[in-house]
Design a protein around this ligand. Sequence first.
Ligand code: XMP
Length: 517
Amino acid sequence: TVLVVDFGAQYAQLIARRVREARIYSEVVPSTMPVEEMLARDPKAVILSGGPSSVYAEDAPSLDGSLFDAGVPVLGLCYGFQLMAQALGGTVDNTGSREYGRTDLSVSKGASTLFEGTPSHQQVWMSHGDACSAAPEGFTVTASTDMVPVAAFEHDGRRLYGVQYHPEVMHSTHGQQVLEHFLYRGAGLSPTWTTASIVDEQVAAIREQVGSKRAICGLSGGVDSAVAAALVHKAVGTQLTCVYVDHGLMRKGETEQVEKDFVAATGVQLKVVDAADRFISALAGASDPEQKRKIIGREFIRVFEQAQAELVAEAGAAGEDVAFLVQGTLYPDVVESGGGTGAANIKSHHNVGGLPEDLEFELVEPLRKLFKDEVRMVGQELGLPEEIVQRQPFPGPGLGIRIIGEVTRERLDVLREADAIAREELTAAGLDRDIWQCPVVLLADIRSVGVQGDGRTYGHPVVLRPVSSEDAMTADWSRLPYDVLARVSTRITNEVSGVNRVALDITSKPPGTIEWE
Ligand code: XMP
Protein backbone atom coordinates (compact mmCIF):
# COMPACT_ATOMS: atom_id res chain seq x y z
CA THR A 1 0.00 0.00 0.00
CA VAL A 2 1.02 3.56 -0.71
CA LEU A 3 -0.46 5.93 1.84
CA VAL A 4 -1.53 9.39 0.72
CA VAL A 5 -1.60 11.67 3.74
CA ASP A 6 -4.40 14.20 3.32
CA PHE A 7 -3.53 17.69 4.51
CA GLY A 8 -6.97 18.98 3.66
CA ALA A 9 -6.63 19.60 -0.03
CA GLN A 10 -9.13 18.38 -2.56
CA TYR A 11 -6.15 16.80 -4.28
CA ALA A 12 -5.61 13.80 -1.99
CA GLN A 13 -8.18 11.56 -3.73
CA LEU A 14 -6.73 12.51 -7.04
CA ILE A 15 -3.23 11.57 -5.94
CA ALA A 16 -4.54 8.18 -4.80
CA ARG A 17 -6.12 7.70 -8.22
CA ARG A 18 -2.92 8.58 -10.02
CA VAL A 19 -0.98 6.08 -7.93
CA ARG A 20 -3.55 3.43 -8.79
CA GLU A 21 -3.25 4.37 -12.44
CA ALA A 22 0.39 3.46 -12.01
CA ARG A 23 -0.96 0.03 -10.95
CA ILE A 24 -0.04 0.36 -7.31
CA TYR A 25 -2.65 0.20 -4.59
CA SER A 26 -3.05 3.36 -2.55
CA GLU A 27 -5.28 4.72 0.19
CA VAL A 28 -5.91 8.15 1.66
CA VAL A 29 -5.38 8.69 5.39
CA PRO A 30 -5.98 11.89 7.38
CA SER A 31 -3.00 13.95 8.47
CA THR A 32 -4.21 13.58 12.05
CA MET A 33 -3.37 9.87 12.01
CA PRO A 34 -0.33 9.28 14.29
CA VAL A 35 2.83 8.24 12.47
CA GLU A 36 2.97 4.92 14.39
CA GLU A 37 -0.46 4.09 13.06
CA MET A 38 0.64 4.89 9.52
CA LEU A 39 3.71 2.73 9.90
CA ALA A 40 1.66 -0.08 11.40
CA ARG A 41 0.00 -0.37 8.00
CA ASP A 42 3.38 -1.23 6.57
CA PRO A 43 3.26 1.32 3.74
CA LYS A 44 5.69 0.78 0.90
CA ALA A 45 5.75 4.53 0.33
CA VAL A 46 4.06 7.65 1.66
CA ILE A 47 2.92 10.70 -0.29
CA LEU A 48 2.18 13.94 1.54
CA SER A 49 -0.57 15.89 -0.21
CA GLY A 50 -0.93 19.59 -0.72
CA GLY A 51 -3.17 21.58 1.57
CA PRO A 52 -4.80 24.96 1.83
CA SER A 53 -2.64 26.10 4.74
CA SER A 54 0.60 27.99 5.11
CA VAL A 55 3.11 26.19 7.32
CA TYR A 56 3.11 29.48 9.24
CA ALA A 57 -0.63 29.54 9.88
CA GLU A 58 -1.57 29.06 13.52
CA ASP A 59 -3.75 26.00 13.02
CA ALA A 60 -1.64 24.60 10.18
CA PRO A 61 -1.74 20.78 10.14
CA SER A 62 1.64 19.39 11.08
CA LEU A 63 3.48 16.14 10.69
CA ASP A 64 5.60 14.21 13.13
CA GLY A 65 9.13 14.32 11.64
CA SER A 66 9.82 10.74 12.79
CA LEU A 67 8.18 9.64 9.53
CA PHE A 68 11.32 10.73 7.71
CA ASP A 69 13.53 8.46 9.83
CA ALA A 70 11.38 5.36 9.42
CA GLY A 71 13.13 4.21 6.25
CA VAL A 72 9.91 4.50 4.21
CA PRO A 73 10.23 6.40 0.92
CA VAL A 74 8.37 9.71 1.13
CA LEU A 75 7.26 12.15 -1.55
CA GLY A 76 6.07 15.58 -0.42
CA LEU A 77 3.82 17.60 -2.74
CA CYS A 78 3.16 21.34 -2.38
CA TYR A 79 2.24 21.85 1.29
CA GLY A 80 3.68 18.40 2.01
CA PHE A 81 6.89 19.50 0.33
CA GLN A 82 7.13 22.54 2.57
CA LEU A 83 6.43 20.54 5.72
CA MET A 84 9.15 18.19 4.70
CA ALA A 85 11.60 21.01 4.01
CA GLN A 86 10.84 22.54 7.38
CA ALA A 87 11.00 19.29 9.35
CA LEU A 88 14.36 18.35 7.85
CA GLY A 89 16.02 21.70 8.47
CA GLY A 90 15.49 23.54 5.17
CA THR A 91 14.14 27.09 4.94
CA VAL A 92 10.57 27.96 4.02
CA ASP A 93 9.86 31.67 3.57
CA ASN A 94 6.53 33.29 4.01
CA THR A 95 6.89 35.27 0.78
CA GLY A 96 3.55 36.99 0.99
CA SER A 97 3.05 36.59 -2.76
CA ARG A 98 1.19 33.72 -4.31
CA GLU A 99 2.15 31.65 -7.30
CA TYR A 100 -0.93 30.13 -8.84
CA GLY A 101 -1.62 28.23 -12.05
CA ARG A 102 0.52 27.12 -14.95
CA THR A 103 4.21 27.74 -14.37
CA ASP A 104 7.39 26.89 -16.24
CA LEU A 105 9.61 24.55 -14.26
CA SER A 106 13.37 24.41 -15.01
CA VAL A 107 14.85 21.07 -14.23
CA SER A 108 18.43 21.26 -12.93
CA LYS A 109 21.23 19.57 -14.81
CA GLY A 110 22.58 16.40 -13.26
CA ALA A 111 21.05 13.10 -12.31
CA SER A 112 17.59 13.07 -10.75
CA THR A 113 15.44 10.13 -9.79
CA LEU A 114 12.20 12.06 -10.28
CA PHE A 115 13.01 13.98 -13.46
CA GLU A 116 15.03 11.40 -15.39
CA GLY A 117 14.04 11.48 -19.05
CA THR A 118 11.71 14.48 -18.75
CA PRO A 119 12.35 17.81 -20.56
CA SER A 120 14.54 20.49 -19.00
CA HIS A 121 11.58 22.88 -19.17
CA GLN A 122 8.11 21.62 -18.40
CA GLN A 123 4.74 23.09 -17.52
CA VAL A 124 3.60 22.45 -13.95
CA TRP A 125 0.59 23.50 -11.86
CA MET A 126 1.47 25.64 -8.85
CA SER A 127 -0.70 26.82 -6.00
CA HIS A 128 1.18 28.15 -3.00
CA GLY A 129 2.06 31.21 -0.94
CA ASP A 130 5.17 30.12 0.97
CA ALA A 131 8.32 29.04 -0.88
CA CYS A 132 11.35 26.95 -0.03
CA SER A 133 14.56 28.99 -0.36
CA ALA A 134 17.06 26.46 0.96
CA ALA A 135 16.85 22.67 0.78
CA PRO A 136 17.65 20.62 3.89
CA GLU A 137 21.22 19.47 4.30
CA GLY A 138 22.24 16.57 2.13
CA PHE A 139 19.42 17.17 -0.38
CA THR A 140 19.96 17.97 -4.04
CA VAL A 141 17.88 20.74 -5.58
CA THR A 142 16.48 19.28 -8.79
CA ALA A 143 14.26 22.05 -10.14
CA SER A 144 13.35 25.72 -9.78
CA THR A 145 10.96 28.32 -11.20
CA ASP A 146 11.29 32.08 -11.68
CA MET A 147 9.77 32.66 -8.28
CA VAL A 148 10.98 29.64 -6.34
CA PRO A 149 14.66 28.75 -6.07
CA VAL A 150 13.91 25.30 -4.64
CA ALA A 151 10.94 23.84 -6.51
CA ALA A 152 12.03 20.21 -6.07
CA PHE A 153 14.61 18.31 -4.07
CA GLU A 154 15.65 14.76 -3.38
CA HIS A 155 17.86 12.66 -1.14
CA ASP A 156 18.28 9.35 -2.87
CA GLY A 157 20.12 7.73 0.01
CA ARG A 158 17.25 8.40 2.41
CA ARG A 159 14.64 7.94 -0.36
CA LEU A 160 13.04 11.31 0.40
CA TYR A 161 11.67 13.42 -2.45
CA GLY A 162 9.62 16.55 -2.81
CA VAL A 163 8.17 18.90 -5.42
CA GLN A 164 6.53 22.26 -4.86
CA TYR A 165 3.90 21.78 -7.57
CA HIS A 166 0.99 19.41 -8.14
CA PRO A 167 2.14 16.53 -10.36
CA GLU A 168 -1.28 14.87 -9.95
CA VAL A 169 -3.21 17.42 -12.02
CA MET A 170 -3.19 17.12 -15.76
CA HIS A 171 -1.89 20.66 -16.24
CA SER A 172 1.47 19.37 -15.01
CA THR A 173 2.48 17.89 -18.33
CA HIS A 174 4.97 15.33 -16.98
CA GLY A 175 3.33 14.88 -13.60
CA GLN A 176 2.35 11.23 -13.99
CA GLN A 177 5.85 10.38 -15.15
CA VAL A 178 7.37 12.11 -12.12
CA LEU A 179 4.99 10.26 -9.79
CA GLU A 180 5.82 6.97 -11.45
CA HIS A 181 9.53 7.70 -11.12
CA PHE A 182 9.00 8.15 -7.41
CA LEU A 183 7.04 4.90 -7.14
CA TYR A 184 9.12 2.68 -9.40
CA ARG A 185 12.62 4.16 -9.10
CA GLY A 186 12.52 5.96 -5.75
CA ALA A 187 10.47 3.44 -3.81
CA GLY A 188 11.36 0.44 -5.96
CA LEU A 189 7.73 -0.68 -6.39
CA SER A 190 6.38 -2.76 -9.27
CA PRO A 191 3.08 -2.18 -11.06
CA THR A 192 1.33 -5.33 -9.87
CA TRP A 193 -2.08 -4.01 -8.88
CA THR A 194 -4.11 -5.08 -11.92
CA THR A 195 -7.77 -5.89 -12.40
CA ALA A 196 -6.90 -9.58 -12.47
CA SER A 197 -5.13 -9.25 -9.13
CA ILE A 198 -8.08 -7.33 -7.66
CA VAL A 199 -10.45 -10.11 -8.74
CA ASP A 200 -8.23 -12.84 -7.29
CA GLU A 201 -7.76 -10.99 -4.04
CA GLN A 202 -11.46 -10.23 -3.63
CA VAL A 203 -12.59 -13.73 -4.53
CA ALA A 204 -10.28 -15.13 -1.87
CA ALA A 205 -11.42 -12.56 0.70
CA ILE A 206 -15.11 -13.24 -0.04
CA ARG A 207 -14.64 -17.02 0.29
CA GLU A 208 -12.91 -16.49 3.58
CA GLN A 209 -15.63 -14.14 4.88
CA VAL A 210 -18.70 -16.04 3.71
CA GLY A 211 -17.44 -19.56 4.32
CA SER A 212 -20.25 -22.05 3.83
CA LYS A 213 -23.04 -19.63 4.74
CA ARG A 214 -25.36 -17.92 2.29
CA ALA A 215 -25.47 -14.38 1.06
CA ILE A 216 -27.98 -12.14 -0.61
CA CYS A 217 -27.12 -9.23 -2.84
CA GLY A 218 -29.27 -6.23 -3.51
CA LEU A 219 -29.23 -5.65 -7.25
CA SER A 220 -30.18 -2.19 -8.42
CA GLY A 221 -29.51 -2.51 -12.12
CA GLY A 222 -26.47 -0.30 -11.76
CA VAL A 223 -22.86 -1.16 -12.47
CA ASP A 224 -21.74 -1.35 -8.87
CA SER A 225 -24.19 -3.87 -7.53
CA ALA A 226 -23.88 -5.92 -10.72
CA VAL A 227 -20.11 -6.15 -10.41
CA ALA A 228 -20.29 -6.84 -6.67
CA ALA A 229 -22.78 -9.62 -7.34
CA ALA A 230 -20.69 -11.09 -10.13
CA LEU A 231 -17.62 -11.13 -7.87
CA VAL A 232 -19.47 -12.86 -5.06
CA HIS A 233 -21.04 -15.26 -7.53
CA LYS A 234 -17.58 -16.14 -8.79
CA ALA A 235 -16.44 -16.69 -5.21
CA VAL A 236 -19.31 -18.68 -3.72
CA GLY A 237 -21.57 -19.62 -6.65
CA THR A 238 -25.03 -20.77 -5.64
CA GLN A 239 -24.57 -19.66 -2.04
CA LEU A 240 -25.56 -16.26 -3.44
CA THR A 241 -29.10 -15.14 -4.23
CA CYS A 242 -29.64 -11.75 -5.79
CA VAL A 243 -32.61 -9.69 -4.70
CA TYR A 244 -33.90 -6.96 -6.93
CA VAL A 245 -36.10 -4.59 -5.00
CA ASP A 246 -38.53 -2.70 -7.17
CA HIS A 247 -39.09 0.21 -4.82
CA GLY A 248 -41.25 2.13 -7.25
CA LEU A 249 -38.51 4.74 -7.57
CA MET A 250 -37.00 3.08 -10.63
CA ARG A 251 -36.78 4.51 -14.09
CA LYS A 252 -38.88 3.26 -16.95
CA GLY A 253 -37.94 -0.22 -18.11
CA GLU A 254 -35.36 -0.76 -15.36
CA THR A 255 -36.77 -3.93 -13.87
CA GLU A 256 -37.13 -5.69 -17.21
CA GLN A 257 -33.57 -4.70 -18.10
CA VAL A 258 -32.09 -6.25 -14.96
CA GLU A 259 -33.93 -9.48 -15.58
CA LYS A 260 -32.81 -9.56 -19.17
CA ASP A 261 -29.16 -8.39 -19.07
CA PHE A 262 -27.81 -9.46 -15.75
CA VAL A 263 -29.36 -12.84 -15.25
CA ALA A 264 -28.56 -13.79 -18.81
CA ALA A 265 -24.92 -12.82 -18.37
CA THR A 266 -24.24 -14.45 -15.03
CA GLY A 267 -26.84 -17.11 -14.41
CA VAL A 268 -27.33 -15.99 -10.82
CA GLN A 269 -30.49 -16.83 -8.90
CA LEU A 270 -32.70 -13.75 -8.88
CA LYS A 271 -35.61 -12.87 -6.65
CA VAL A 272 -37.68 -9.84 -7.68
CA VAL A 273 -39.56 -8.14 -4.86
CA ASP A 274 -42.31 -5.65 -5.64
CA ALA A 275 -42.04 -3.22 -2.76
CA ALA A 276 -43.39 -0.04 -4.33
CA ASP A 277 -46.29 0.33 -1.90
CA ARG A 278 -44.07 -0.10 1.07
CA PHE A 279 -41.49 2.49 0.00
CA ILE A 280 -43.98 5.05 -1.20
CA SER A 281 -46.00 4.93 1.98
CA ALA A 282 -42.86 5.08 4.11
CA LEU A 283 -41.84 8.19 2.20
CA ALA A 284 -45.19 9.94 2.66
CA GLY A 285 -44.76 13.35 4.22
CA ALA A 286 -40.95 13.37 3.92
CA SER A 287 -39.35 16.14 1.94
CA ASP A 288 -36.01 16.59 3.70
CA PRO A 289 -33.27 14.94 1.59
CA GLU A 290 -31.44 13.26 4.46
CA GLN A 291 -34.71 12.01 5.92
CA LYS A 292 -35.69 10.53 2.55
CA ARG A 293 -32.30 8.86 2.18
CA LYS A 294 -32.54 7.32 5.63
CA ILE A 295 -36.08 6.05 5.03
CA ILE A 296 -35.05 4.46 1.75
CA GLY A 297 -31.91 2.93 3.31
CA ARG A 298 -33.99 1.49 6.14
CA GLU A 299 -36.72 0.09 3.91
CA PHE A 300 -34.14 -1.60 1.69
CA ILE A 301 -32.78 -3.44 4.68
CA ARG A 302 -36.24 -4.42 5.90
CA VAL A 303 -37.03 -5.88 2.49
CA PHE A 304 -33.74 -7.78 2.48
CA GLU A 305 -34.54 -9.16 5.91
CA GLN A 306 -37.87 -10.38 4.62
CA ALA A 307 -36.19 -11.96 1.60
CA GLN A 308 -33.75 -13.61 3.96
CA ALA A 309 -36.56 -15.14 5.98
CA GLU A 310 -38.21 -16.41 2.80
CA LEU A 311 -35.00 -17.97 1.59
CA VAL A 312 -34.45 -19.73 4.87
CA ALA A 313 -38.02 -21.02 4.74
CA GLU A 314 -37.60 -22.18 1.14
CA ALA A 315 -34.42 -24.01 2.04
CA GLY A 316 -36.55 -25.96 4.52
CA ALA A 317 -34.83 -24.30 7.46
CA ALA A 318 -32.06 -26.80 6.94
CA GLY A 319 -29.81 -24.74 9.11
CA GLU A 320 -28.86 -22.70 6.10
CA ASP A 321 -27.92 -19.38 7.46
CA VAL A 322 -28.36 -16.32 5.24
CA ALA A 323 -25.98 -14.11 7.14
CA PHE A 324 -24.46 -11.82 4.55
CA LEU A 325 -25.64 -8.86 2.56
CA VAL A 326 -23.58 -7.93 -0.48
CA GLN A 327 -23.49 -4.26 -1.40
CA GLY A 328 -21.80 -2.42 -4.24
CA THR A 329 -20.46 0.35 -2.04
CA LEU A 330 -17.64 2.31 -3.65
CA TYR A 331 -14.75 4.28 -2.23
CA PRO A 332 -16.29 7.67 -3.02
CA ASP A 333 -19.56 6.61 -1.27
CA VAL A 334 -17.58 5.81 1.83
CA VAL A 335 -15.62 9.04 1.75
CA GLU A 336 -18.63 11.24 1.01
CA SER A 337 -20.75 9.67 3.71
CA GLY A 338 -18.12 10.83 6.17
CA GLY A 339 -16.95 7.25 6.74
CA GLY A 340 -13.59 7.72 5.10
CA THR A 341 -10.86 9.92 6.33
CA GLY A 342 -12.59 12.40 8.53
CA ALA A 343 -14.18 13.99 5.48
CA ALA A 344 -17.38 15.94 5.96
CA ASN A 345 -20.70 14.14 5.63
CA ILE A 346 -22.00 15.59 2.39
CA LYS A 347 -24.91 13.21 2.05
CA SER A 348 -25.77 9.80 3.41
CA HIS A 349 -25.43 7.45 0.48
CA HIS A 350 -28.20 4.96 1.01
CA ASN A 351 -25.88 1.99 1.41
CA VAL A 352 -23.46 3.62 3.84
CA GLY A 353 -24.71 6.40 6.09
CA GLY A 354 -28.33 5.49 5.37
CA LEU A 355 -28.20 2.01 6.95
CA PRO A 356 -30.29 1.37 10.04
CA GLU A 357 -28.46 0.69 13.28
CA ASP A 358 -30.11 -2.63 14.01
CA LEU A 359 -28.76 -4.27 10.89
CA GLU A 360 -28.99 -8.04 11.12
CA PHE A 361 -26.58 -8.78 8.32
CA GLU A 362 -22.87 -8.77 8.07
CA LEU A 363 -21.93 -6.71 5.03
CA VAL A 364 -19.84 -7.94 2.13
CA GLU A 365 -18.55 -4.95 0.21
CA PRO A 366 -15.95 -6.08 -2.29
CA LEU A 367 -15.82 -2.70 -4.07
CA ARG A 368 -15.40 -0.56 -1.00
CA LYS A 369 -11.92 0.49 -1.96
CA LEU A 370 -12.49 1.05 -5.67
CA PHE A 371 -13.31 4.00 -7.85
CA LYS A 372 -15.99 3.69 -10.52
CA ASP A 373 -13.65 3.29 -13.47
CA GLU A 374 -11.86 0.52 -11.59
CA VAL A 375 -15.19 -1.19 -10.94
CA ARG A 376 -15.93 -1.06 -14.66
CA MET A 377 -12.58 -2.69 -15.40
CA VAL A 378 -13.30 -5.43 -12.86
CA GLY A 379 -16.70 -5.97 -14.50
CA GLN A 380 -15.01 -6.36 -17.85
CA GLU A 381 -12.49 -8.77 -16.36
CA LEU A 382 -15.43 -10.83 -15.04
CA GLY A 383 -16.94 -10.94 -18.52
CA LEU A 384 -20.03 -8.83 -17.88
CA PRO A 385 -21.58 -7.39 -21.06
CA GLU A 386 -20.97 -3.79 -22.18
CA GLU A 387 -24.61 -2.85 -21.51
CA ILE A 388 -23.99 -3.43 -17.82
CA VAL A 389 -20.37 -2.36 -17.51
CA GLN A 390 -20.77 0.91 -19.37
CA ARG A 391 -24.12 1.87 -17.88
CA GLN A 392 -24.37 5.34 -16.49
CA PRO A 393 -24.66 5.50 -12.71
CA PHE A 394 -28.10 5.61 -11.17
CA PRO A 395 -28.37 6.11 -7.41
CA GLY A 396 -29.88 3.41 -5.20
CA PRO A 397 -32.56 5.80 -3.82
CA GLY A 398 -33.60 6.28 -7.43
CA LEU A 399 -36.09 8.91 -8.45
CA GLY A 400 -36.86 9.43 -4.76
CA ILE A 401 -33.99 11.90 -4.50
CA ARG A 402 -34.78 13.53 -7.84
CA ILE A 403 -38.17 14.80 -6.77
CA ILE A 404 -37.53 17.95 -4.80
CA GLY A 405 -40.32 17.82 -2.27
CA GLU A 406 -42.51 14.96 -1.16
CA VAL A 407 -42.46 11.76 -3.20
CA THR A 408 -45.83 10.65 -4.50
CA ARG A 409 -46.94 8.18 -7.13
CA GLU A 410 -48.19 10.92 -9.44
CA ARG A 411 -44.94 12.82 -9.22
CA LEU A 412 -42.95 9.65 -9.84
CA ASP A 413 -44.99 8.99 -12.97
CA VAL A 414 -44.34 12.50 -14.25
CA LEU A 415 -40.60 12.28 -13.60
CA ARG A 416 -40.34 8.78 -15.06
CA GLU A 417 -41.79 10.01 -18.34
CA ALA A 418 -39.55 13.08 -18.50
CA ASP A 419 -36.49 10.99 -17.65
CA ALA A 420 -37.30 8.39 -20.29
CA ILE A 421 -37.52 11.10 -22.96
CA ALA A 422 -34.20 12.65 -21.96
CA ARG A 423 -32.49 9.26 -21.98
CA GLU A 424 -34.00 8.33 -25.32
CA GLU A 425 -32.81 11.54 -26.98
CA LEU A 426 -29.32 11.40 -25.49
CA THR A 427 -28.92 7.82 -26.65
CA ALA A 428 -30.27 8.67 -30.10
CA ALA A 429 -27.73 11.49 -30.35
CA GLY A 430 -24.93 9.03 -29.52
CA LEU A 431 -23.97 10.93 -26.36
CA ASP A 432 -24.14 8.13 -23.79
CA ARG A 433 -20.40 7.61 -23.59
CA ASP A 434 -19.65 11.36 -23.53
CA ILE A 435 -21.55 12.09 -20.39
CA TRP A 436 -21.18 10.53 -16.98
CA GLN A 437 -24.89 10.67 -16.24
CA CYS A 438 -27.81 13.02 -16.69
CA PRO A 439 -30.19 13.19 -13.75
CA VAL A 440 -33.58 14.68 -14.56
CA VAL A 441 -34.96 16.47 -11.52
CA LEU A 442 -38.58 17.39 -10.85
CA LEU A 443 -39.08 20.60 -8.87
CA ALA A 444 -42.33 19.35 -7.46
CA ASP A 445 -42.99 22.20 -5.07
CA ILE A 446 -42.39 24.91 -7.63
CA ARG A 447 -44.87 25.99 -10.25
CA SER A 448 -44.65 28.48 -13.01
CA VAL A 449 -47.03 29.92 -15.55
CA GLY A 450 -46.94 28.75 -19.11
CA VAL A 451 -49.00 28.85 -22.23
CA GLN A 452 -49.81 25.79 -24.25
CA GLY A 453 -52.23 25.62 -27.10
CA ASP A 454 -54.47 28.53 -26.32
CA GLY A 455 -54.50 28.09 -22.62
CA ARG A 456 -52.66 29.01 -19.50
CA THR A 457 -50.78 26.28 -17.66
CA TYR A 458 -49.47 26.33 -14.13
CA GLY A 459 -47.04 23.46 -14.07
CA HIS A 460 -43.74 22.22 -12.71
CA PRO A 461 -40.22 22.66 -14.07
CA VAL A 462 -37.83 19.78 -14.65
CA VAL A 463 -34.10 20.33 -14.59
CA LEU A 464 -31.61 18.49 -16.79
CA ARG A 465 -28.33 17.83 -14.99
CA PRO A 466 -25.90 16.41 -17.57
CA VAL A 467 -22.40 16.03 -16.13
CA SER A 468 -19.03 14.75 -17.17
CA SER A 469 -16.78 13.25 -14.54
CA GLU A 470 -13.97 10.81 -13.95
CA ASP A 471 -15.16 9.39 -10.64
CA ALA A 472 -18.16 11.46 -9.42
CA MET A 473 -16.00 13.09 -6.76
CA THR A 474 -15.77 16.15 -8.96
CA ALA A 475 -17.75 16.91 -12.10
CA ASP A 476 -18.34 19.51 -14.74
CA TRP A 477 -21.61 20.24 -16.51
CA SER A 478 -21.68 18.75 -20.01
CA ARG A 479 -21.87 21.11 -22.94
CA LEU A 480 -24.64 19.27 -24.77
CA PRO A 481 -25.42 20.34 -28.33
CA TYR A 482 -28.24 22.91 -28.46
CA ASP A 483 -30.26 20.90 -30.95
CA VAL A 484 -30.31 17.91 -28.60
CA LEU A 485 -31.33 20.12 -25.69
CA ALA A 486 -34.02 21.66 -27.84
CA ARG A 487 -35.44 18.27 -28.78
CA VAL A 488 -35.49 17.11 -25.17
CA SER A 489 -37.19 20.32 -24.07
CA THR A 490 -39.81 20.26 -26.80
CA ARG A 491 -40.65 16.64 -26.27
CA ILE A 492 -40.86 16.86 -22.49
CA THR A 493 -43.12 19.89 -22.48
CA ASN A 494 -45.30 18.41 -25.23
CA GLU A 495 -45.49 14.86 -23.98
CA VAL A 496 -45.39 15.04 -20.20
CA SER A 497 -48.47 16.56 -18.71
CA GLY A 498 -47.83 18.73 -15.68
CA VAL A 499 -44.42 19.91 -16.90
CA ASN A 500 -44.31 23.26 -18.70
CA ARG A 501 -40.67 24.28 -18.36
CA VAL A 502 -37.26 22.62 -18.84
CA ALA A 503 -34.18 24.14 -17.22
CA LEU A 504 -30.50 23.25 -17.59
CA ASP A 505 -28.21 22.98 -14.58
CA ILE A 506 -24.82 24.55 -15.38
CA THR A 507 -23.13 24.05 -12.03
CA SER A 508 -19.93 22.06 -11.60
CA LYS A 509 -19.19 19.84 -8.57
CA PRO A 510 -18.07 21.45 -6.37
CA PRO A 511 -19.96 23.59 -5.54
CA GLY A 512 -23.06 21.59 -6.59
CA THR A 513 -23.30 17.85 -6.04
CA ILE A 514 -24.42 15.75 -9.01
CA GLU A 515 -27.79 14.82 -7.57
CA TRP A 516 -29.94 17.63 -6.22
CA GLU A 517 -30.49 15.85 -2.92
P1 XMP B 1 -23.45 13.29 -5.65
O1 XMP B 1 -24.87 13.71 -5.76
O2 XMP B 1 -23.03 12.97 -4.25
O3 XMP B 1 -23.37 11.92 -6.44
O4 XMP B 1 -22.51 14.23 -6.34
C1 XMP B 1 -22.21 11.23 -6.75
C2 XMP B 1 -22.60 9.96 -7.47
O5 XMP B 1 -23.22 9.06 -6.56
C3 XMP B 1 -24.54 8.76 -6.96
N1 XMP B 1 -25.32 8.73 -5.71
C4 XMP B 1 -25.69 7.59 -5.08
N2 XMP B 1 -25.53 6.31 -5.45
N3 XMP B 1 -26.69 5.65 -3.50
C5 XMP B 1 -26.05 5.36 -4.65
O6 XMP B 1 -25.96 4.17 -5.00
C6 XMP B 1 -26.88 6.91 -3.05
O7 XMP B 1 -27.46 7.13 -2.00
C7 XMP B 1 -26.35 7.94 -3.91
N4 XMP B 1 -26.35 9.29 -3.84
C8 XMP B 1 -25.72 9.75 -4.96
C9 XMP B 1 -24.93 9.87 -7.92
O8 XMP B 1 -25.91 9.43 -8.84
C10 XMP B 1 -23.59 10.18 -8.57
O9 XMP B 1 -23.30 9.25 -9.59
